[in-house]
Design a protein around this ligand. Sequence first.
Ligand code: 13P
Ligand code: SF4
Length: 343
Amino acid sequence: MTATVAAADRTVPADERTMSAAEYETWAAEVRRLADERGAVVLAHNYQVPEIQDVAHFTGDSLYLSRVAAETDAREIVFCGVHFMAETAKILSPDKTVLLPDHAAGCSLADSITAEQLREWKAEHPGAVVVSYVNTTAAVKAETDICCTSSNAADVVRSIPADQGILFLPDQFLGAHVKRVTGRSNISIWAGECHVHAGISPADVRSQIAAHPDAEILVHPECGCTTSVLDLVSHGDLPADRTRVLSTGGMVTAAAASTAGQVLVATEIGILHQLRSLNSTTEFIPMNARAACRYMKMITPAKLLHTLRTGEGAIDVDPQTAARARRAVEAMIAIGEPGRGGE
Ligand code: 13P
Ligand code: SF4
């Protein structure tokens, strides 16, 4: 399945963890022991710190982790990611306890639209289908017809009859990408953005490509540079066969199969750990080495241990909001091939 890798199949680059090997083994054994004791499954997003990616039962992209949260038999889900991801797990598994080690782990993209703003936008476009990126609050999802992630956004849009208008939110760069790949003109796009991905600029792309002219290029569709990369491809300045726009899960799959000497990676830098663990013969280079999400990094090894010891950090979603949001998230989970990871 997308983006999950058994710990035994990976070679962990020694310089990636901040803990020594002995410290890691002691901490990881305690995390696994406590998780077993609690009947908990530990999920980690691809942007988490290396130790947490390595200790988690499942590590992957947003869509993959949503699917695991919906299907798990575990009593408890400990979510190492940001607030909207843990909230989505709770929406999908309302009878389970979902723990988030730090509730301050938010998301600038999810904060770029409120439920009230969405209601006003809907009132201006009666009859339009609302497609919300999963990076939204439960209250926004409750106002949504169908959610999407970067893995399945184009498939979700294609599932909507061609003559129906679409309100796509909140990410303007993903929206522009989906419009481009589906060739659909009746999509209105909210002008939100993720501060980390918007910060990966066309100037970063130009200078990194000049420094690594033979590298393959992997770009997350939330990036501010997506349009300029695709412009370079369409003008023949970059070969189409070594340039791809992918979700984080799609990048993991592509990295594992890559035979390139160098790959430039335009997304949050936490993913480099996954990519390097899976393929030690290719050099993975960040498009912008400062592209770190401070929210993702709020989940630390110490906080994960604290959560498992105390059971603190439960996520609550009001049942009525959750029931409305669940329809939109379940409709999303049904669409798209689990292993594909975007286009
Ligand atoms: P993915 O869906 O590709 O995992 O991305 C999640 C996210 O937060 C990107 O910033
Ligand atoms: Fe949100 Fe951006 Fe962080 Fe992803 S990288 S969690 S979109 S702020």
